[in-house]
Structure formats: C-alpha cells, structure tokens
Design a protein around this ligand. Sequence first.
Ligand code: NAP
Length: 293
Amino acid sequence: MQLIDGKIASEAVKTRLAEAVKVLQDKGNRKPCLAAILVGNDGASETYIASKVRTCGQIGFLSNLIRFDAQVSEERLLEEVRKINTDSTIDGLIVQLPLPAHISAEKVILAIDPKKDVDGFHPINMGNLALGLPGFVSATPKGIMMLLEHFNIETAGKNAVIIGRSNIVGTPMSLLLSKNTNPGNCTVTLCHSKTKNLNSFIKQADIVVAALGRPESIVAEDIKEGAVVIDVGITRLDDSSAPKGYRIVGDVDFKNVAPKCSWITPVPGGVGLMTIAALMQNTFTAYLKNIEN
Ligand code: NAP
C-alpha cells in the first residue's frame, strides 16, 4: 500500500505558486487576492476558512475575510458579493458553505461573477466543465485530479466508482474522471443514497472515491485487492481523549481498508489539503487573467 500524501502534493503546488507570484511581483505586479465570506460561527467552517486564509499568507497571496453574523439578510450578503464582483483588486471570491437556512446558497452562488468564482460552483463554470471548456473546476475534485497526477496513478480504462453525487464533489468528479484526459478515461459509475447493492459496485471498482459523508462506512470486505481509494469524507467525531475534544475521520475505514489498496488517501492529510491547494491554483489562474488585461 502506498499513501497518497496530500501534504507532499499540496506543498509542491504551494511552492510552485509562491515562486510564480514572486517572479510576477518582482516585475511590478500586485499580489493575487482571494476574498472569503463567512456567515455565522460554525466550528468546521471557521477551521476551513482559517486554513484558506493562512495558506494565502504562506504563498504570497492577499486575503480579505469578510464576516457576517448568522442573522445577516440575504440582500445584505448579495450586496457584498456584487461589491466584490466590481473590485478590480480582488481576483477570487468564495462564500463558505453551508449558509444559514434563511439564505439561498443558490442565489448567492449565482450572484458571484463566474470570472471570480474560484470555487467553481457557478452554473457557468459547471457548464464549462460538462462541455470540456475552460473554466474553474470545483476545488475538491480538481484537487483529487492533481493528487492522481502528482503520484502518477494510472486511471485510463479503470472502473471508477464515485459514492456521492453532490454538485461540489461527486458530480464534477464523475465528469473529470470520465474525460478523455490524463488522469481520466475511466469508466465511471456514480452512486448515491438510492443506489441498490452499493457494495456490489464498490467490489468491482479499481478506483473508489468516497464522498458520502458517512464516517468509516466504506469497509475492507467490499474493496477489491489493489484498488485506489480516495477518501473525501470529513466528519468530526466527539472524542474526549483527543486534545480538541473531537477527531476527524473520513468515509473509509482506513485501518482495515489500507492493507488491501495499492494507493489510499489518509484523513486528515489527504484530499482536504489538496482542496486548498486547488483553490489557490484557481485563484492564481484568475489573477493571471486580471493582470494580463
Ligand atoms: P452531500 O452534499 O451531503 O452529499 C452526499 C452524497 O452522498 C449525496 O449524493 C447522497 O446521496 C450520498 N449518500 C449519502 N448517504 C449515502 C449512502 N448510505 N450510500 C450511498 N450514497 C450516499 O455531501 P458533500 O458536500 O458532497 O460532502 C461529502 C463528504 O465530503 C462530507 O463528509 C464532507 O464533509 C466532505 N467534504 C470534504 C471536502 C474536502 O476538502 N476534503 C470538501 C467537500 C466535502 P443523495 O444525493 O441520494 O442524497
């Protein structure tokens, strides 16, 4: 078994981006800038936003964190998005999900300028992905493709089973793995909560992408010997013996699944780190377009 180490791959991306920013800055260009909107104070969202902001600082990007309390109106949030859309010093905008129930995430995503939509959630970017046109690809599936590429993992002709069909992970992942690209060229099966006999699909998979949000639910007896397993899940489980009072687990029973795999991502230290690296890559792409104009 070999580890798909998100730390190694994400450090490589970050180093490359930091060097590229430095070269452009030495030529007199401004720094790339990512704006992030955070509504409320959900613990997990705070953690994700903090690592995105921290990573920006590490690689020479500016970040602009805009906080609202959980009672903010939808109109006020939309007004902020429109303001950022027209700010020429900001290259990318992310709105941390989930949003409070009284705010439509769909409306907010639609309001983001697709050219600044570095999370790749806007219908224009999703449509471009489906059609194979240039655009921003959602950071988690993009990060997974970058991991496969970094570790030179063969995907062509393989059976890939993706569990979970969300708009931000499973569905874009199915599009990316089925494309005529490298990585790609898989025969993809997209499973969800209505899939009958899920284990019969997993048993035939050369590549398993687990993105269902059910901790440690993908078990060793279903995994084919030599499979590649990508664990997207992140769940906080209460654990009084852990320093923070909780521990992070993935959707895969890592301890028992790992010995059967050719490659596997750990949680934490796998897809999560690469998601942030992919977001930085998207922000850098937006920045390059802006400084060229
Ligand atoms: P989501 O929107 O809740 O979608 C979950 C998907 O899994 C749905 O399509 C659902 O099916 C399917 N599902 C649920 N239970 C199932 C079951 N028993 N069998 C088969 N399919 C099942 O979740 P998400 O946003 O995609 O996130 C999934 C997980 O990844 C979560 O743990 C999340 O925290 C994590 N995540 C991690 C990162 C990262 O950077 N590592 C990024 C994003 C998300 P239906 O469509 O039928 O309901």
